[in-house]
Design a protein around this ligand. Structure first.
Ligand code: IYR
Length: 226
C-alpha cells in the first residue's frame, strides 16, 4: 500500500542558548496554570476556543487517526443538565463509592460532590474519544492508542487555553456516560474529560500546593560502569 506523498520537513535549527531560552520561557508561561473551580460567568470570544481546539487537533495520534471530538457547550439549559447528572454521580462517589483514602487525598483540594462550576463557567468543553470510525453505524476498523492520543490532545488544549489567558478545570465526573446521552453523541464516542473554561471569578482562590522539584521527576540514566 502506498502512503501519502512525502514533503520536506520545515525545520529551524536553533543554537543551544536560544533553545534554552525558549524552553525556559515556555516553562515560565505554563507554570502559573492552575485548576480553577470558581469562574466568572462572562463568555469568552468563541474564536479563542476555536484556536485552542485547532491547537489540540495538532496532537500526535495513533496512525494519525485523530480520534477526538471537542464538544463546546455554552447553553445554560444544557450546562444545567450536565451539572445535575454530574452531581448525581459525584454525590454517590463522595458518599459511598470513594474509599476514605481517596477522600483524604482530595480533602486539601477542596473538592466535593457539588459542581456549581458546571453552570457558572460560561463554556464546557466535553472531550470525547472516538474509539472507532463510522459514527453510530460503526466500522469494523478501529482506532489505535486512543486514550494516549486524546490525553495528549487534552494537554495541548489546556495549555493553549491557559496561554490565551483563560482558566480551566480538568474535571473527571465518574462515571460519565451521561455526557454522551445529554450531548447526543454517537455510540463510537466515549466521554473522556469535561473542561469548564472561562475567566476566573475575581475572588477565585486555589489551594496552596506546589509541584515536585526537577530532581523528583527527572531521572538521568548514567552509562553502565565497567
Ligand atoms: N472526579 C471527582 C473527584 C476528583 C478526583 C481527583 I484524582 C481529583 O484530582 C479531583 C477530583 C471530582 O471531580 O470531584
Amino acid at each position: 500500500m502506498s502512503g501519502p506523498r512525502l514533503v520536506r520537513l520545515p525545520f529551524e535549527r536553533l543554537d543551544p542558548a536560544e533553545q534554552i531560552r525558549r524552553a525556559r520561557a515556555f516553562y515560565e508561561a505554563v507554570a502559573p496554570r492552575r485548576s480553577v473551580r470558581h469562574f466568572d460567568p462572562r463568555p469568552v470570544a468563541p474564536e479563542a476556543l476555536e484556536w485552542a481546539v485547532r491547537a489540540a487537533g495538532t496532537a500526535p495520534s495513533g496512525a494519525n487517526l485523530q480520534p477526538w471530538r471537542f464538544v463546546v457547550v455554552s447553553d445554560p439549559a444544557v450546562k444545567r443538565a450536565i451539572r445535575e447528572a454530574a452531581e448525581e454521580e459525584e454525590r454517590r462517589n463522595y458518599e459511598s463509592r470513594f474509599p476514605q483514602e481517596w477522600k483524604d487525598r482530595l480533602e486539601p483540594l477542596g473538592t466535593g460532590w457539588r459542581k456549581e462550576f458546571l453552570e457558572v463557567a460560561p463554556h464546557l468543553i466535553a472531550v470525547f474519544a472516538v474509539v472507532r470510525p463510522g459514527g453510530d453505524a460503526g466500522e469494523a476498523r478501529r482506532h489505535y492508542y486512543v486514550s494516549e492520543s486524546v490525553g495528549i490532545a487534552c494537554g495541548v488544549l489546556l495549555t493553549a487555553l491557559h496561554l490565551a489567558g483563560l482558566a480551566t478545570l480538568t474535571h473527571t465526573p465518574s462515571p460519565m456516560g451521561f455526557l454522551g446521552r445529554i450531548l447526543r453523541r454517537p455510540s463510537n464516542e466515549r466521554p473522556y474529560l469535561l473542561i469548564p473554561v472561562g475567566y476566573p471569578a475575581p475572588d477565585a482562590e486555589v489551594p496552596d500546593i506546589g509541584r515536585k522539584p526537577l530532581g523528583e521527576i527527572l531521572v538521568k540514566v548514567a552509562a553502565p560502569e565497567g
